[in-house]
Design a protein around this ligand. Structure first.
Ligand SMILES: Cc1cc2nc3c(=O)[nH]c(=O)nc-3n(C[C@H](O)[C@H](O)[C@H](O)COP(=O)(O)OP(=O)(O)OC[C@H]3O[C@@H](n4cnc5c(N)ncnc54)[C@H](O)[C@@H]3O)c2cc1C
Length: 206
C-alpha cells in the first residue's frame, strides 16, 4: 500500500491525517516548525499568558469532526467570549464588539454615530433575527431585560430569547471562580482547563 504524506501540521493537515489513519492508512505528517497546529496553535507570549498566536476565533467547524475526534472528552472547550472582540485605540479608547448588538452600537458611537446608527441594520443584513441570552438567576434577568428592551426599541424585528442555565451552573460567576482560585481552591469544575491553568499561575505568584 502506498504511504500518504501530509505536508504541514496545521489543523487541516492534522484533521486529514486523523481521517486517513481512521481509514486504516498510516499517514506521515511533516511539519517544519517545532510546534503543530499551524495558525491555530497556542503560544505563550509572556510568562503565564497563553494565546492563539494568529487565528483568535474558530471558523466554521463541522460538528461531526468534533464528535469523531472526541474533542470534548479530550479536554477541548469551546468558549464564546463576550465581548467577542476588542480593538484598543492608540488614543486610549477601545472599540468593543459584544454579543449584544445594542452594546456594540454604543461602543461604535464613541468613534462614529453614523456607523453606530447603521450597525443593527448591518447585523440584519447578515440575517440575524433572534438574540439568545443565557440567564443564571433572577438577578441576571433584570439586567438582560433592560438590554432586550433596548434592542427591541432599536429594531423590533429582532427577538430576544432567554435560556436558563443548568441548575448545577446557576451559581457560577467569574468573581466566585476568582475568589476560590485566589485561596488556592480547585475551580476545575467551574472553568475550562486553560482558565484553571492561568488562574493557578496568577495566584501562585502572589
Ligand atoms: C492574520 C490571520 C488571522 C486569521 N484569523 C482567523 C481566525 O480568527 N479564525 C479562523 O477560523 N481562521 C483565521 N484565519 C484563517 C486560518 O488561519 C486558516 O484558515 C487556517 O490556519 C488554515 O489551516 P491549515 O491547516 O490549512 O494551514 P496552517 O494553519 O497555515 O498550517 C500550515 C502548516 O504547514 C506548515 N508548512 C507549510 N509549508 C510546509 C513545508 N513545506 N513543510 C513542512 N511544513 C510546512 C506550516 O508551518 C504550518 O504549521 C486567519 C488567517 C490569518 C492570515
Amino acid at each position: 500500500m502506498s504511504r500518504v504524506v501530509v505536508i504541514g501540521a496545521g489543523h487541516n493537515g492534522l484533521t486529514a491525517a486523523f481521517y486517513l489513519a481512521r481509514a486504516g492508512l498510516k499517514p506521515l505528517v511533516l511539519e517544519r516548525r517545532q510546534t503543530v497546529g499551524g495558525a491555530a496553535s497556542t503560544e505563550e507570549i509572556a510568562p503565564g499568558f497563553r494565546v492563539p498566536s494568529l487565528a483568535h476565533a474558530i471558523g466554521p467547524l463541522r460538528s461531526s469532526i468534533v464528535s469523531d475526534m472526541r474533542l470534548e472528552s479530550r479536554g477541548v472547550t469551546f468558549i464564546r467570549p463576550n465581548p467577542r472582540l476588542v480593538a484598543l485605540a492608540a488614543s486610549g479608547g477601545a472599540l468593543v464588539f459584544a454579543v449584544d448588538h445594542a452594546r456594540t452600537a454604543e461602543s461604535i458611537r464613541r468613534f462614529s454615530s453614523r456607523d453606530a446608527d447603521r450597525y443593527i441594520d448591518f447585523c440584519q443584513t447578515l440575517g440575524a433575527r433572534v438574540i439568545v441570552r443565557g440567564l443564571r438567576a433572577a438577578t441576571d434577568f433584570e439586567y438582560e431585560l433592560q438590554i432586550a428592551h433596548a434592542n427591541a426599541d432599536l429594531r423590533p424585528q429582532i427577538d430576544t430569547i432567554f435560556m436558563p442555565t443548568r441548575t448545577k451552573h446557576g451559581f457560577v460567576s467569574a468573581s466566585l471562580v476568582r475568589e476560590i482560585a485566589s485561596h488556592g481552591g480547585d475551580v476545575s469544575r467551574y472553568a475550562p482547563a486553560v482558565v484553571c491553568e492561568a488562574l493557578t499561575k496568577k495566584f501562585a505568584k502572589k
